[in-house]
Design a protein around this ligand. Structure first.
Ligand SMILES: *[C@@H]1O[C@H](CO)[C@@H](O)[C@H](O)[C@H]1NC(C)=O
Ligand SMILES: *[C@@H]1O[C@H](CO)[C@@H](O)[C@H](O)[C@H]1NC(C)=O
Ligand SMILES: [Zn+2]
Length: 430
């Protein structure tokens, strides 16, 4: 189901409520072509002195000719109504929304659209419900701020889905750092493949920036950092590193810093989030590494930036490979797989099949060891004396998002890391 009609019957500050409602329903019905078959969602406002159920029954009766493809949405605010509408639309996989409204409401609805939806959805607005008393006005700055606050307040009050936030930690990263790898529980994203702690917003997926920002706020509260201090690596599948005291490049898959309290993070949803820490010079790095980034050498590029920019010694750097797609589930075309065979023959299984299985984690370990890291300073799925964080994202649907498993509208987990400030260190040191 690709298209729906959203009819906004709210008429702000109109004293002729019942009569106005009837006129608006009539206007909408006569504007509707006879050939349409899209589902219709009607937004009704709650009106003092006029019970909502009476309105709803009245409107449904007037729309009886639409043969049950009408649903009424009533709620206390436009934000709540549009959020309920989005949930219904997502269930139908809607991409396009025809909005029927009046000029007086358009700016507010458009702003809600911008905040709660992404570019995956298209909206067209038609003002057939207009009266001459309905001029189009842009929202003032204060109205805009209020609306944004209403949206964030609304999202903050939503219950966590799929349980609590759970963060996995490595015992290899020493106590002067705080870190973790997120799992998929404890956020508010309700779409099955994004639910619930999706931490990456993309215009091609169904989670809006506002929802991802709320998920991040909840993670920050849980982990003890400030969302304003949070920097997530981009996803470019290359090997560029942002050295944080230098200007931010346009594209990069890794970040390094020696600044205390600044939280750096790398996303992954099969791709590996990698964390690097040097407890001697107090330098940290994160990298996003999929198969392309692995071949481009993003892991050693990150370590080399720590060495070059902040004086880390290779023998002091530890590396942790986070949840990622395992060699059990990840295949590549033969040509690409050959590049992994060149790193180490054990990186590829069934090398002669058209789609051999590839172990991007082993390739990362081999490249890091070749680069000078100590084997015991690398944590991956082969290490038995530490908690196993390098679980297969594709094999563990209850814990992790996975692009390979879930397709285009996939959620994203992250690995995050920061250098504690002295007071944080004392607090957590028994
Ligand atoms: C829909 O059909 C009715 C009766 O069949 C007709 O009177 C009306 O003009 C049509 N409306 C549109 C918009 O085509
Ligand atoms: C860690 O988990 C992965 C993926 O589930 C598994 O393949 C691996 O054997 C585990 N490692 C250890 C040491 O148990
Ligand atoms: Zn697997």
């Amino acid at each position: 189901m690709a298209e729906v009609i959203l009819v906004d019957l709210v008429h702000p500050n109109c004293p002729r409520h019942k009569q106005c409602l009837e006129e608006r329903v009539n206007k909408f019905l006569s504007s509707l072509g006879n050939g349409t078959s899209e589902p219709v969602y009607l937004i009704l406002q709650q009106h003092a002195g006029c019970s909502e159920e009476i309105n709803e029954a009245f409107v449904l009766q007037k729309c009886a000719g639409l043969n049950g493809r009408v649903r009424v949405l009533t709620d206390s605010s436009s934000v709540a109504v549009l959020y309920a509408f989005k949930q219904a639309a997502d269930e139908l996989n809607v991409r396009h929304v025809h909005v029927v409204t009046c000029n007086a409401r358009r700016a507010e609805l458009q702003e809600c659209e911008k905040q709660l939806f992404t570019d995956l959805y298209t909206f067209t607005y038609c003002s057939v419900l207009d009266y001459s008393s309905c001029p189009f006005t842009q929202l003032h700055t204060t109205q805009l701020t209020q609306l944004k606050e209403q949206i964030s307040g609304f999202l903050q009050r939503l219950p966590a889905l799929r349980g609590e936030i759970t963060v996995l930690k490595s015992s290899l990263i020493s106590d002067c750092f705080a870190h973790g790898f997120t799992t998929r529980t404890g956020g508010i994203s309700y779409i099955s493949t994004l639910g619930s702690l999706n931490l990456f917003s993309s215009s091609r997926r169904r989670d809006s920036r506002a929802v991802v920002a709320e998920n991040l706020r909840r993670l920050a509260l849980h982990a003890g950092f400030q969302p304003q201090q949070f920097h997530l690596s981009k996803v470019n599948h290359g090997s560029d590193v942002w050295v944080m005291n230098k200007p931010e490049p346009e594209n990069y898959d890794a970040i390094v810093t020696n600044q205390q309290g600044v939280v750096i993070a790398a996303p992954g949803a099969d791709c590996m989030p990698l964390l690097f820490a040097d407890p001697v010079e107090k330098v940290i790095g994160v990298a996003h590494a999929g198969w392309k980034g692995t071949l481009m050498g993003v892991a050693m590029a990150t370590v080399n930036a720590m060495v070059r920019e902040f004086g880390s010694e290779l023998a002091n750097v530890v590396a942790v490979i986070g949840p990622s797609v395992g060699p059990c589930c990840f295949t590549l075309e033969q040509n690409s797989a050959r590049n992994f065979q060149a790193i180490h023959p054990d990186c590829v299984r069934d090398a002669e099949s058209p789609m051999p299985y590839v172990d991007i984690r082993l390739a990362t370990r081999v490249l890091l060891e070749k680069g000078g890291l100590l084997p015991e300073h690398i944590q991956d799925n082969t290490v038995t004396n530490r908690p196993n964080l390098t679980l297969c994202t594709s094999c563990h649907p209850d814990s992790f998002f996975s692009h390979v498993r879930d397709g285009l509208n996939f959620g994203t987990q992250i690995g995050f890391l920061w250098i504690k400030k002295p007071h944080e260190f004392e607090q957590s040191d028994p």
